[in-house]
Write a protein that binds this ligand. Structure first.
Ligand code: MN
Length: 201
């Protein structure tokens, strides 16, 4: 089985640390099973493409390229999602991040409304992302399908809300809007601010 270069990152907190907003059962399954599957899938796709080159046999290339985009993006977004969350999260952004959000969205409340609505209205599986868009030098909200569709090239994710059913269904059932409301209690704004600084620089 393919090993590396992608690896499942450890969480910086315990499975129960984000309760009651995210249950320990949901977090453990999400990290240990779902995220782990994307890591494995990304490594497998890279390995299969390497074999295709070695054998000069590209008959499966369209499937493999789709697998690569899906699994690599799934791995990257889940890694980001875990970093964005903290048992000490919540509150509001401060400093340059708060100023950027005010400038680009007309206030934090409007930014929150946009993110929540983008997450809650994903058709099928997907994500709401707040990303740094370097060409316009601003933050935009994106509604991503699966892990990779509908994403503007070059845009750097800062904050991710997972809108797949596996992210909430065991805990919130069909009321997914409550999950996206609860997430604000555990967003680590210091992490998001650090990602903004890194993306801008
Ligand atoms: Mn997920």
């Amino acid at each position: 089985m393919a090993e590396g270069p992608y690896t499942l990152p450890d969480l910086a907190y315990d499975f129960a640390a984000l309760e009651p907003h995210m249950s320990a059962q949901v977090l453990e399954l999400h990290h240990d099973k779902h995220h782990a599957a994307y890591v494995k899938g990304a490594n497998t796709a890279l390995e299969a493409l390497s074999e295709a080159r070695a054998n000069d046999d590209f008959s499966d290339i369209t499937k493999l390229q789709k697998d690569l985009a899906f699994h690599v993006s799934g791995h990257i977004l889940h890694s980001l999602f875990w970093e964005n969350l903290s048992p000490d999260g919540g509150g509001k952004p401060e400093g340059e991040l708060a100023e950027q959000i005010d400038k680009d969205f007309g206030g934090f409340d409007r930014f929150q409304s946009h993110m929540k609505e983008a997450a809650a209205t994903v058709q099928g599986s997907g994500w709401a992302l707040a990303t740094w868009e370097p060409a316009a030098q601003r933050i935009i909200v994106q509604q991503v399908y699966d892990h990779q569709g509908n994403h503007g090239q070059g845009s750097v994710p800062l904050l991710a809300f997972d809108a797949w059913e596996h992210a909430y269904y065991l805990q919130y059932k069909n009321v997914k809007a409550d999950f996206f409301e609860a997430l604000w209690n555990i967003v680590d704004w210091n992490d998001v601010a650090g990602k903004l600084t890194a993306a801008r620089d």
